[in-house]
Structure formats: C-alpha cells, structure tokens
Design a protein around this ligand. Structure first.
Ligand code: HAS
Ligand code: CU
Length: 563
C-alpha cells in the first residue's frame, strides 16, 4: 500500500538552481573561518606530536593542555561546524533555493557563531580554559568559554531552522513531490544535530555556567558527562553525514555514473537519525555509576548504528562497479581501473572511504564492551578518530573544496591545482597512516591519551613507547606540510585561479529507478521514533544517576587520569 503512494519530481524541479553572487558570499564566509581554523588547529597538532616525542618543550610556560584544547576545539568543533553549515547551505541553495528572509537569518546564524567562536578562542588563548574539547568537569574554564560555546550552538540552531524552512517552502510549492535528495539529507543531519545538541546546551547552561560563575558550588560530574556524550556520539555523525552526502549524491556524478538508489540513501540517513543519539554510553563504559544493563542496551544500539554505514559501503561499492561495467570494463576487477584516480575530486574522498574500512572496524572494537577496557583512555582512541574524523571526513571535505570553492568564486579547478590536490591527498594519507598507525600500536601498549609528556616522560614505560611517539611526530610533521598545501590551494581557488565556471556535481537517478516511496518523507514519524528511542535508552539510567550519584565537588581520584 505504502509503496504505491509515489510521487516523482517533474522535470523542472529536478534541475539544480543557480547560486547567486550574494549567496556565494554567505557560503564562502563559512569556508573562510573553516580554513583559518585548519591552519591554526593544524599548527597546534604539530606542536603536540613534537612535545609528546620529547623533541621540544613548549616555550614561555605554555601549557600542553592549552595547546591540546586549542587543537581539539578549533579542529573538531570550529572547522567542522563551519565547513558543514556552509556546505549544507550551498546544497540547499542549489536544490531548494533560499529566500531573502532566509538569507538574512543565515547571516545571523553566521555572526552568532562567530561571536561565540571568538569568545571561546580568547579564553583558550589566555590560558583560562585548559579543559580540552570535551570540557569534562571537574576541569573548570572561565565562564566566557562556556558562553561562547553556547553561542556557537545557538548559531548552528538558527542555521538548522533556516534549512528546515527552506525545505518547507519548497514542499509547499511542489505539493506531492519528493524532496531533492540532498535537501532531505541536510534536513536529517540538522534534525539530528539539534536534538543532540540540546543535551550539551543543558549541561552548559544549567551546570557549567552557574558553576564557573560561582553561583553553584558543586557540579554533578556524572550528569555532565552523560549529557556530554548524549551529544558526543551524534556529534561525530554530524561530521560524517555531510561526507555521506557527497559519497551518495556527488561522487557518482564525478565518476560518470548515476545514483545507486535514492530510497536506500534516504533509508540509511533515517536509520542514522534513529540510532546516532541513544548510544552515548559507549563512551562511558568504564564509568561507575551507570547500570551495566543500560550500558549493554546502548552497546546493542551502537551496533545498530553500524548497519546504515555498512549499507553505505555496499551501495557506494556497487555504484563504482556498475559505472565501470557500463563503460565496458570487463573482468572481476576491470571496473576498478576505470575510476578517475587522477581527478582529485574523486581521489581525496575515495581515500577517505578506504580509510573508513579500518576506521569503522576500530569503532566496532571500541564499542565492544570488553575490548573497550583494553583501549579506553589510551592513545588508540586518538588513532581511531584521526582515521575517521581527520581522514575519512576531512579528506572528503577537501574533495568537496576542490569544486565547491571555485564554483562559488567563479573560478576553475585547473590541471595544475588538481595535481597539487593529488599531492596533498597523498601527503595526508602518508602522514596519517604513520601517525594514526603509531597511535593505535602505542595505545595497545598502554600509552595514555590526553597526557602531557611531562607527566610520564622518563618512566620505564615511556622508553618503550618512544619510537611510536617519534613516528607520531614524523607523521604530524608530514601532515602539517599537507595542511600548508591545502591552505595554499584554498587561497588559490578563492583568489587566483582563472575565472570560469566550475561544475557543482549532483548525481541523477537511474532512468528506470524504482520510485521512492513517499513514506520516507514522514518527518513526524521519524522524529517520534527518534525521541522514543532516546527516552527508552536514557530515561531509567538518567533518573538512576540523578538519584544516586552524589552531586558535589567530585572526588579527585575520579577514575580517569584526565580521561
Ligand atoms: Fe568513534 C571514540 C565507536 C565511528 C569519532 N570516535 C571516538 C572519538 C571520536 C570518534 C572523535 O564505542 C573520541 C571521543 C573522545 O574524545 O573521547 N565510532 C565508534 C563506532 C563507529 C564509530 C561503533 N567515530 C566514528 C566516526 C567518527 C568517530 C565516523 C568521526 C567522524 N568511537 C567509538 C567508541 C568510542 C569512540 C566506542 C569510545 C572509545 C573510548 O573508550 O573512549 C561506527 O559508526 C563505525 C561504522 C563504520 C563502518 C565502516 C563502513 C565503511 C565505509 C567505507 C566503504 C568504502 C568504500 C570504498 C565504499 C562499519 C562506509 C570501497 C572501494 C573499494 C575499491 C574497496
Ligand atoms: Cu561514539
């Protein structure tokens, strides 16, 4: 029955829209912040690997944790959020359009985020917020740090609401038609983001701000960590989903193929919405005070969220094979050769996909409760998120940059910039393989994460780890060269590449594709299921935590190192 209710877009509404100059300026503003962040954050990363290898000590009494905080906040929170929101706005502009009013609101979101970012950055630079990007209590920062973060979140909510409105207005104009796939995906990502970031907003507003202002003497550590991780896992999916948007709906066009399955892509995104949020306990498996039954339940849900990623892997793989075979490449692997390896718009995200095979496997290891005991709080975890976030996601973002920036600035991706891009992708791969590989191994040998060299340097164990730390410094230095090259490419594409028109690649559906069932657009149902799953996974353990975990200044032997 449901499957009969189908509606396909008419020809006219399938055509991508043109992005005006005025819009380009908006989208580019997000990109400027993103790439400035890449530069600053990358430099901090280099410093860390050098300090950890014992090669240098930080001058002028700069604290290791200050550098680490800057690195984490700037790259994991600032770079990602600006890039994603700018990219998503451009996707919406291209598929459903933006009105003048929405345009103004979008600028408001940008400026609110900028004010927040500046406040946060200043507190970190002044050394008043050495609390890392997870800002776990009892580490305490200056109130401006938390207020700044809250503003960044509020700014991103405004962006999300604009995106919802954009789709809503489009739907009103196209009654009964299915929404453009990319607009659908952006909406899912922003829905997930808003529902998830309510958790961290509550922690910041109700717990951290009063506590750092001195109005509250104590803070409930377990509650704050639980609220953080309620947000923290969907946070990593907020980074991943824009990469999936590119893999599903943009890469097929670049390789000369078509969208594998519109319905499957939508279903994967819906499943990601359902299962990304009720899984935060997999970051808290070693924490006392949470009932093991509920940890178990959230581990099961974590394994559910792996499924849409596996669906993604298989369908992207299928797109590659189908496209190759259609072009006449024969044999078991003939299709593999047809892939446009020399086109950086393909190569960079492709390396990202390949990195996600070990990255995803590492995630599954982390999520397996018993194995988590081996790796938790070791630098293995740092290795894990440098191949997922810093390779899979970041290389895909770079892949997007090569066409999006020239498209927005009215320039072209020339052969020579393409070549530089390929070199960039290779440098990144080499640097990250060395660095992340060494982190994984050192982690298995018990090497701690988030620990200053001054705390463990000179011990017997440290001498066992030294080669891995040197490898990390080598990898980190190679990566820094990669960052300089990427910033150079960004500047070139923005200001100096020859004028022209660069394509905004959006894949079309197969001519004879099975029509997408309308029930996939049943937003109310998806939101209801998402909330039901969250309530199921969190209500009982959360009540339990509030009733039984003592509020108050936490004991300083909180079992963490500084986890
Ligand atoms: Fe994770 C910790 C579990 C995915 C990021 N993760 C982190 C932290 C970060 C992070 C930042 O359960 C540290 C947080 C902190 O500071 O403490 N992670 C998972 C699981 C997945 C996963 C189960 N993580 C990610 C992604 C991230 C990310 C994605 C960033 C973008 N992670 C954990 C756990 C911890 C954790 C625990 C806590 C550890 C601890 O103890 O603290 C899964 O979603 C992974 C599913 C993915 C797959 C891979 C599918 C493969 C694809 C590629 C296909 C390739 C193609 C090419 C098509 C199953 C889609 C083929 C072509 C050919 C030619 C071959
Ligand atoms: Cu997670």
């Amino acid at each position: 029955m449901l499957l009969e209710k189908i509606a396909e877009p008419n020809e006219e509404s399938r055509l991508p829209l043109t992005i005006s100059k005025q819009e380009s300026r908006l989208y580019m503003s997000f990109m400027y912040v993103a790439f400035i962040s890449l530069f600053i954050g990358g430099m901090m990363g280099l410093l860390q690997t050098l300090v950890r290898s014992g090669t240098i000590t930080l001058p002028w009494g700069i604290d290791y944790y200050q550098v680490l905080t800057l690195h984490g906040v700037i790259l994991a929170l600032v770079l990602t959020t600006y890039f994603i929101i700018g990219f998503q706005f451009s996707l919406m502009g291209k598929t459903v359009g933006i009105s003048q009013k929405q345009h103004k609101a979008a600028w408001l979101s940008f400026w609110v985020m900028v004010v927040g970012t500046i406040m946060t950055a200043i507190t970190i630079l002044l050394g008043k917020a050495n609390v890392l990007y997870t800002f776990y209590a009892p580490l305490k920062a200056h109130p401006a740090f938390y207020i700044g973060l809250a503003l960044v979140i509020i700014g991103s909510w405004i962006a999300g609401i604009v995106n919802f409105r954009q789709l809503y207005v489009w739907k009103k104009k196209h009654p009964g038609e299915k929404s453009p796939l990319l607009a659908f995906m952006v909406t899912i990502n922003m829905l997930m983001w808003i529902i998830a970031s309510i958790g961290v907003a509550v922690a910041v507003i109700v717990q951290f701000i009063p506590w750092s202002l001195g109005y509250a003497e104590t803070i409930n550590v377990l509650v704050s960590r639980t609220l953080f991780w309620y947000f923290g896992h969907p946070l990593v999916y907020f980074w991943l989903l824009p990469a999936y948007m590119a893999w599903y709906a943009i890469i097929p066009k670049i390789i000369g193929g078509k969208l594998f399955s519109d319905s499957l892509a939508r279903l994967a995104f819906i499943l990601l919405l359902f299962f990304s949020i009720p899984v935060g306990f997999h970051h808290q498996l070693t924490e006392p005070g949470i009932d093991p039954t509920w940890k178990f339940i959230q581990v099961v849900l974590t394994f559910m969220v792996v499924i849409p990623s596996l669906m993604t892997a298989f369908s992207i793989f299928a797109t590659f094979e189908i496209t190759g075979r259609r072009k006449g490449f024969k044999g078991l692997y003939g299709w593999f050769k047809h892939l446009p390896w020399k086109d950086v718009r393909f190569l960079a995200p492709m390396i990202g996909m390949l990195a996600f095979i070990p990255g995803g496997a590492g995630g599954i290891i982390n999520a397996s409760h018993q194995m988590n005991a081996v790796v938790h709080n070791t630098i293995w975890v740092t290795g894990h998120f440098h191949i997922t976030a810093a390779t899979t996601v970041v290389l895909t973002f770079f892949g997007i940059t090569y066409w999006l920036i020239p498209h927005l600035t009215g320039r072209t991706l020339t052969k020579s910039i393409n070549r530089l891009g390929i070199i960039q992708a290779i440098i990144w791969t080499v640097g990250m393989t060395i660095m992340s590989g060494a982190m994984h191994i050192q982690g298995l040998l018990g090497g701690p994460r988030r620990s200053s060299y001054s705390e463990y340097g000179g011990t017997e164990q440290a001498s066992e780890w030294i080669w891995y730390q040197i490898a990390q410094a080598v990898g980190g230095s190679i990566l820094f060269i990669g960052i300089l090259l990427m910033v150079f490419i960004f500047i070139k594409l923005t200001f100096f590449a020859p004028k022209g028109e660069e394509e905004f690649p959006i894949a079309e559906e197969e001519e004879d594709a099975t029509p997408t069932p309308m029930f996939l657009e049943n937003w109310k149902l998806w939101i209801a299921i998402t909330i039901a799953l969250i309530l199921f996974a969190y209500t009982i353990p959360f009540v339990d935590i509030i009733q039984n975990s003592p509020p108050g200044s936490p004991p300083f032997d909180w079992p963490i190192g500084n986890s």
